[in-house]
Unconditional design. Sequence first.
Length: 189
Amino acid sequence: MGMSLTTVADLRSTLGVGTLYPDATLQSVCDASDAVLLPMLWGKIAYAVAKSNTTTTATLYFENAHEFIVGDSVVITNCGSTWNGTKTITEITSDSITYTVSVASATDKATIAPFGIITGATTTDWTTDEAVLNASLMIAVEIWQARTATLSGSNLADFQPSPYRMSAQLLAKVRGLIAHALSPNSMVG
């Protein structure tokens, strides 16, 4: 994963932990925050439900329409070694994309579980959006607290400890900050 929205230095400073924890430990929390937040933000992303290939092309299939066009360079993950990597789209339909590969044998259409992730270039740099950066930091702090605080450090109205710090309420806390940047695909439910 590239640079996280929340940097190790920002998280270290916010938590006030100095050099008590190694960078790698804090980076894992920053990466987890990105894994929660980035899919909620608007960008070129689609989820493949099935895949197939010939010896010269690979095809990924979608349940819903996608925003890619021929010539787009996309990063494909979680689809298998034949399909993964940075690829340039050579053909599209309303429910599939095709690109060039070179493999020894063809594969019939097969489902992907969990879904494959296809990410296209975005024109938005979320590292310059202060609301998004603050939302990322809030999520990172909550993740850290859930990992380190006794009983997750959350209390109910009657002051009894609660194990639900990492509940759906975590996203509700930051949704207002990122409302301007929410992907329509993340607003179901």
